[in-house]
Ligand binder design. Structure first.
Ligand code: PRX
Length: 651
């Protein structure tokens, strides 16, 4: 959805419903008045050093920082000279309190198996795996790829990496072998941790087989550790591959947390950009930890009694920040579910909520739209009265889905936090505070303390209320990315060159007269498919790597469930395309990138609309893909007959 997408602006303009927080919620909330919010926000804006210094006192420091904030964007450094450790903050410091035997992770596998790890349990496993990493020669600073299902060992591996200061790079299990190889190579990973497989909708995702294929193209990887999850036969290469359980069996449970610099690299997470290969977003230790810890507490109003469930996959940033680091830093109980929402039935999520008496539930609009489609009878079968707060993330939520979430899942009593943020921001930036903010369906409302956004024109002028423009950040914040791994120049160019002095997020938005933000979607050629960013360029290169494809252009189109679907316009060499060819190309993209990038629509055309200078006019293709009769301005189009041909191309 581009910034010029008029529908989204019109539909949100008509939204006038407001929902103040219930009084009982406010009475018990961590932040509980507009005045308190305003005070925090103003203080953070006017005196970032004082504000963040005060907030950082909530972390454990081996050595206190010398300076809170040093430098400006793009190279701002936080808590300079301080020494801390993420796994120490998420685990060790709870062990001297009553939380020692509190459930840290409640886990449910897709087949229905369950495990509960207390903070003490998790600490022991993390220390052991940290020793395993050391034994395999992993040192502070070495990169470790985690390509795993949603099982407790993933959390253990993440925290073990942070314990010794080895940045992890988690690759979503839906990515293909080629995508894993590309990321291994970019990060120059030394070790891959994986599993034989994982469960998804009753089927096995064969992770180890993909790793084996990826290693043919990833020379830096020396060893592979494999968790036995599904028990399927796999090939273990002697001297390279080890079973997790064998190594853990011998490992000591004693491992001091490394005293790491505040700015020590914590993890790399690959995300899509509009050009070139995936971007290795790099987060560092103290700022990220502080950002995720505070926002978990403020936005989810986390309390010790809560059972909190974020349904994201840990392969995405939401899982990093709001299944693992934020909740555990707060000593919370975080629920982790391995599988699909519709397995073995369409009510699985609601069954889990009833079973564990979940209090806080955080999911994505794409999931909510699927729930709506599956019917109210599913949530209605289960007792959801334990819920007290609901959240969404990943894309704009359409007001009707918001209303459904509010009524059918929240029983009309739960505030909804629509949280805007990105892989790059590390933590939630714009969101309601559930005890304070009167919500408006479809708006992510107001910036959190420490976040100073603006809506500007391309030349950087601030826009008045209700004018759509570019969403930027005018001040640095602790959990922001520090670089793109191995390519600082690309980092500066991507995020800081568009609008002078500001971080440009890539989203279009407007701010209404009450100061509420309404996100209008990405302004670049990045699709948002089911809440995940996919680069059109990567899908195009995958298509063009097929011997029959001469040229390809990929655009998004409105999709009922996924938000945006993937439409590919393809010019073939040789004979005309048919249905079999369409299927072949879909399979080809799936193999190259992964199932999440599988095209929804392939349309063959012997030419693509281009400007005189040869640039593909994507906005025209977007109009055609969306079935709009009339396309926008075509004056720069080189060959008008192309449009008619494209329209005639069948889905
Ligand atoms: O376009 C925005 C959309 O998702 C993008 C960030 O994607 P990613 O880095 O994959 O992280 C997703 C999870 C944090 C943003 O640039 N987005 C995310 N949250 C929202 C949103 N759009 C509207 N409303 C949101 N709440």
């Amino acid at each position: 959805m581009g910034i010029s997408s008029a529908e989204s602006i019109t539909s949100v303009l008509q939204e006038t419903r407001t929902f103040p927080p219930p009084a009982e919620f406010t009475a018990a909330a961590h932040i509980n008045s507009e005045a308190q919010y305003q005070d925090l926000w103003e203080r953070a804006k006017d005196d970032p050093n004082g504000f963040w210094g005060e907030m950082a006192a909530g972390l454990h420091w081996f050595k206190k920082w010398d300076k809170v904030l040093d430098g400006k964007m793009p190279d701002a450094k936080w808590f300079v000279g301080g020494r801390t450790n993420v796994s120490y903050n998420c685990l060790d410091r709870h062990l001297t309190t009553w939380r020692k035997n509190k459930a840290a992770i409640i886990w449910e596998g897709e087949p229905g198996d369950t495990r509960v790890l207390t903070y003490q349990d998790l600490h022991r496993e993390v220390c052991k795996f940290a020793n395993v990493l050391k034994k395999l020669g992993i040192k502070t600073g070495d990169r470790v790829t985690l390509y795993m299902p949603m099982i407790p060992e993933l959390a253990i591996a993440m925290l073990a990496c942070t314990r010794i200061g080895a940045p992890h790079s988690i690759i979503f299990g839906g990515f293909s072998a080629d995508a894993v190889a590309e990321r291994n190579n970019d990060a120059q990973a030394k070790l891959v941790v994986t599993a034989d497989g994982g469960w998804r909708r009753g089927k096995e995702i064969e992770l180890k087989n993909s790793v084996d294929a990826s290693l043919e193209k990833s020379p830096t990887v020396e060893n592979v550790v494999v968790v036995r999850r599904t028990g399927s036969p796999i090939v273990m290469e002697p001297g390279r591959d080890y079973w997790w359980h064998d190594l853990m069996h011998e490992a000591s449970a004693d491992c001091d947390a490394a005293e790491l610099d505040s700015e020590h690299p914590l993890f790399i997470l690959y995300t899509s950009g509009s050009t070139g290969k995936p971007k290795g977003v790099l987060h560092t230790t103290a700022g990220y930890l502080l950002g995720t810890m505070l926002t978990s507490k403020w936005v989810f109003d986390l309390k010790d009694e809560d059972t909190y469930w974020c349904t994201a996959d840990i392969g995405w940033v939401t899982g990093h920040s709001y299944i693992i680091y934020g909740p555990l830093a707060n000593g919370a109980t975080t629920l982790m579910y391995e599988g699909a929402p519709n397995w073995p039935h369409d009510g699985r999520f609601w069954e889990i909520i009833e079973k564990y008496k979940v209090n806080i539930f955080y999911t994505a609009p794409t999931a909510i739209r699927a729930f709506v489609k599956w019917g109210d009878e599913w949530p209605n079968k289960f007792d959801l009265t334990s819920l007290r707060l609901l959240g969404t993330v990943g894309e704009p939520i359409n007001p009707e889905a918001w209303m459904w979430y509010h009524h059918v899942i929240g029983g009309g009593r739960c505030p909804i936090v629509d949280t805007w943020w990105q892989t790059e921001t590390g933590a939630i930036m714009i969101s309601p505070l559930p005890g304070v903010t009167t919500t408006k369906p479809g708006s992510c409302t107001k910036p959190l303390p420490g976040v100073v956004p603006d809506i500007v024109t391309k030349s950087g002028e601030s826009l008045p209320a209700n004018a759509g423009g570019l969403l930027v950040m005018t001040q640095p914040w602790p959990s922001m990315l520090r670089t793109l791994y191995g390519d600082h120049e690309r980092y500066v160019r991507t995020y800081f060159s568009e609008i002078a002095g500001c971080y440009f997020a890539g989203d279009g938005a407007r701010r209404d007269a009450d100061g509420y933000y309404w996100i209008m979607g990405r302004v670049d050629d990045v699709l948002n498919v089911a809440g995940h960013r996919l680069s059109t360029m990567e899908i195009e290169s995958a298509l063009v790597s097929h011997p029959r494809v001469a040229e390809a252009a990929v655009v998004g189109f409105p999709h009922d469930l996924k938000g945006e679907g993937i439409c590919c316009f393809v010019t073939l060499t040789g004979s005309d395309g048919d249905d079999q060819m369409k299927q072949e190309l879909k399979d080809h993209v799936r193999k190259q990138i992964g199932a999440l990038a599988t095209p929804d629509m392939i349309r063959f055309s012997n030419a693509l609309p281009k400007t005189r200078s040869g640039k593909i006019m994507r906005r025209l293709l977007r109009d055609i893909a969306a079935g709009r009769e009339k396309t926008g301005d075509t004056t720069t189009l080189e060959d008008y007959t192309v449009l008619a041909t494209l329209r005639a191309s069948e889905e």
